[in-house]
Design a protein around this ligand. Structure first.
Ligand code: E4P
Length: 220
């Protein structure tokens, strides 16, 4: 499973990218609004840092306007992926943009049927929201597993199907479980990516190695 960072903050994206673990970036209107930056310029800047797929979401609600916004976003950089909500208009825009050779990420997926429709419409990625399902007492990871099964049963091995991005990740356990459920990608907030390093035995081990070294080499 690959890891994307779910952020529109350039410092976070630069730092996570420097660790060599990031294969892409997802943003959404809330994340961009938090930054207070010009949207198109921020998408360009992110693309400069990662040179990998960067999802940028449309804010129009009608298909023709979504397609126009999507084309303008795709013109910003060859790595831009147009993010669209799973609505009839969003799927129509997905089909139209796919026909133009523009990659899409269909978002706000909460059922396997929504994911299947998005894949049939040509989406490059589908984004089931794991944490938001957990928040309402449902099992977000089970949805990822069900989408994996539906895709594997519905398409011949050689047929193109969307890649699954486990989104709305809240903690490290979501990441492990998304991988075991067969997700292609997990998109994670910077705070969760940093948590992945943490283990008390790692910290204790580093402390011991350094103190043993210092004892044997007091002059260094
Ligand atoms: C995914 O693409 C979304 O940007 C994101 O994962 C939503 O996460 P949230 O539920 O924490 O807002």
């Amino acid at each position: 499973m690959r890891l994307f960072i779910d952020s529109a903050n350039l410092d976070e994206i630069r730092e996570a990218h420097s660790w060599g673990i990031i294969s892409g970036v997802t943003t959404n209107p809330s994340l961009v609004a938090k930054e207070g930056a010009d949207f198109h310029q921020r998408v360009r800047d992110i693309c400069q840092v990662v040179q990998a797929p960067v999802s940028a979401e449309v804010t129009a609600t009608e298909a023709p306007a979504m397609v126009e916004q999507g084309k303008r976003l795709a013109d910003l950089d060859e790595n831009v992926v147009v993010k669209l909500p799973i609505t009839p208009a969003g799927l129509a825009a997905c089909a139209a943009l796919t026909a133009l050779g523009i990659d899409t990420n269909v978002t706000l997926i909460f059922t396997a049927n929504q994911a299947l429709m998005a894949s049939l419409a040509g989406a490059r990625y589908v984004s089931p929201f794991v944490g938001r399902l957990d928040d309402i007492g449902q099992d977000g990871i089970q949805l990822v597993q069900t989408i994996r099964d539906v895709f594997d049963y519905s398409f011949m091995p050689e047929q193109r199907r969307a890649e699954i991005i486990a989104a709305s990740i809240r903690h490290p356990v979501h990441i492990e479980r998304a991988a075991l459920a067969g997700s292609d990608i997990a998109t994670c907030p910077f705070s969760v990516l940093k948590q992945l390093f943490r283990h008390p035995l790692t910290d204790a081990g580093i402390e011991k190695f350094l103190s043993d070294w210092k004892q044997a080499n007091p002059q260094t």
